[in-house]
Design a protein around this ligand. Sequence first.
Ligand SMILES: Cc1cc2nc3c(=O)[nH]c(=O)nc-3n(C[C@H](O)[C@H](O)[C@H](O)COP(=O)(O)OP(=O)(O)OC[C@H]3O[C@@H](n4cnc5c(N)ncnc54)[C@H](O)[C@@H]3O)c2cc1C
Length: 398
Amino acid sequence: MSQPSVAIIGGGVAGLVCANRLQQLGISQSTVFDTGKHGPGGRCSSRVVNIGGKLHVFDHSAQYFTVSDSRFAKIVSYLHRKGAVKQWKGKIGKLSKGSFEEDKNLSQAFVGRTGMHDIPRSLAENINVRVNTWVGNVSWEDSIKKWKVDKYGMFDYLVIAHNGKCADRLMASAGTPQIHTLTQVRFSDRLNVRDKRMHLCSIWALLVSFPRSLELKYEGAHVEDEDISWLANNTAKLSVSDLATGSQVECWTVFSTRQFGTRHKCSQENIPPNVEREVTEKLLAGVQRVTGVAQLPPPAYTRVQLWGAALPLNVLKTREECVFDGLHNVGICGDWLTSPCVQGAAVSGLALAEKIHLHHVGTNKSSTSLVPEFQAADGEVIGAFPVDSSIQFQPQSL
Ligand SMILES: Cc1cc2nc3c(=O)[nH]c(=O)nc-3n(C[C@H](O)[C@H](O)[C@H](O)COP(=O)(O)OP(=O)(O)OC[C@H]3O[C@@H](n4cnc5c(N)ncnc54)[C@H](O)[C@@H]3O)c2cc1C
């Protein structure tokens, strides 16, 4: 049987895991297309910044991940064996009204060894990834049962491994209206259950480097505050203080709440200077307020970034791990189908690869439900990551 070709649009964790699993199942002719200029990864990536002649890493989207699914545990074991991930041993917990409480359930939090970008880098090693590539047009050619993917050719299967405005636009005239009903989005910080679309919230990230340590007893904190939802000390988390010889520089990532994201919404590609200034000032003031540090040292570096389509507030009601339309050879995977986190994205990519394989070998030609019904996702947008302390990590292949 000849191998089918698969176009995967989106090189975040979901798309990369999907490509790896397809390869493992004997389908190696897949191409991952991703917009990332420096590499794939999407919302699991890092920013490397030169501050005072030294390179510093900031995790500017996913901060850490947890594991409660045995299939994901295998992937984590594989990444661990390759040296791409490590356990975050520092204190993580909850910061409320100036008081920190360690979360003992987070004893198994994982991070990329030198930053979260190690995860997509490692997953991309043996697959065909086209970075810095934006796919603007796809169409189903019914007469030959193939997908035309922009100027990149014809493919037997199409995988949509991204969400938000891009996926909505891409599928609007693709020739599969049922799939399009699932990719339509609404941007909001509040779930309106009568609106049957996927709801995505926006979050601001502040990357800030201080010339000396803030001397806080924790490395990561989910924060109860109207403006700030999370802060983390990248320098401590990634254990790089010894590399920045003799320097006391501390690099922090700070996330706004989703309500702050809505209040200060603008174009994420083109942030007006006055908004940049206002958001930086408010988030820095928030850091001082929530940490209780009497006087923050003047930052050596700041940068703000808006994640316009940061996290989904709802997930598919059917809780199917992926969507697959067996009549049009198209599937969707991503964190917004079951669980908005790194594990949710990975498991969704795995599930879709398996569906495509079964469809190709003829064992299962059926589709999943294509009904666009959503329900609220569990817990807070940042921090409701599933944990199962019974999961054991053994190095083994993916
Ligand atoms: C601020 C923030 C903090 C988070 N913190 C955590 C955390 O601590 N722990 C955790 O587990 N999860 C966290 N998450 C969630 C986690 O990052 C996501 O669940 C996961 O990374 C999603 O992966 P994905 O593959 O589904 O999507 P994405 O990572 O969004 O990947 C989609 C990719 O597709 C690309 N793309 C889009 N359109 C096109 C196109 N037309 N052509 C080509 N490429 C395209 C995008 O550029 C992107 O690279 C956080 C998310 C955010 C935003």
